[in-house]
Design a protein around this ligand. Structure first.
Ligand code: GSH
Length: 217
């Protein structure tokens, strides 16, 4: 098999890529990485010195591809399947990439900041940073709720890269900063995504690890 995905089943950015792989039934070898294990960490850092997963290795094309959005573009270009993840129309492609950026930067990363803060010792926590992150997520929820008024997917009729980004971002952000009842469009969008077969598979595979998610406190 040509493709190996270095990942962790609980990692939200890895979910993005797993959803894309499952959408198109792309065969790959999963390599779960435990960054807490010194030998695995060292091997992973040799592969990708930034040390963040997911990383896709394509043995046949001799490519090591980091960064979830870039991996999805790579898969779409070289391992296309029934679900095109980047629209062929350039303007629609641009809107898709914009939506992917917006979910990553204003929902996913602030969510990571809040979760990361919970893992710190109490005297090293950053309540102001966490409050700012919560505010950023809330503004993004409101913006996405307005953008989702048409749906059914993030950029319209077709499931794309933007939906691969939206699901992990909204799923975990909703746990740390609940979407609430006053944003019906993204609430129903998230529920719609959760029953997509690719997403159901990712959630099922992550379930044994959910106990590792740090709760508030
Ligand atoms: N911009 C990166 C972000 C990747 C990322 O933040 N991955 C997290 C897991 S969700 C990670 O590797 N964390 C481990 C660490 O930072 O040590 C992407 O889109 O792939």
């Amino acid at each position: 098999m040509s493709l190996t995905l270095h990942f962790h089943p609980l990692s939200s950015f890895c979910w993005k890529v797993l959803i894309a792989l499952y959408e198109n039934g792309v065969p790959f070898t999963p390599n779960p990485v435990d960054l807490g294990n010194p030998a695995e960490r060292e091997a992973f850092l040799k592969l990708w010195p930034i040390g963040k997963f997911p990383v896709l290795v394509d043995a046949e094309r001799r490519e090591t591809v980091p960064e979830s959005s870039i991996i999805i573009e790579y898969l779409d270009r070289h391992y296309a399947g029934p679900t095109p993840l980047i629209p062929t129309d350039p303007d629609r492609a641009l809107r898709t990439r914009l939506c992917d950026r917006l979910y990553d930067l204003y929902v996913h990363m602030p969510m990571q900041q809040i979760v990361g803060d919970r893992l710190r010792p109490h005297d090293k926590r950053d309540p102001l940073g966490v409050e700012a992150a919560r505010g950023r997520i809330r503004s993004a929820y409101t913006m996405f709720d307005q953008r989702m008024a048409t749906g059914p997917y993030a950029t319209g009729e077709a499931f794309t890269l933007a939906d691969c980004s939206a699901l992990p971002a909204l799923f975990y952000a909703n746990r740390v900063e609940p979407i609430g009842t006053d944003r019906p469009n993204i609430t129903s969008y998230l529920e719609r995504l959760k029953v997509r077969p690719s997403v159901m598979r990712v959630l099922r595979e992550a379930e044994p690890y959910f106990g590792m998610f740090p709760e508030e406190g």
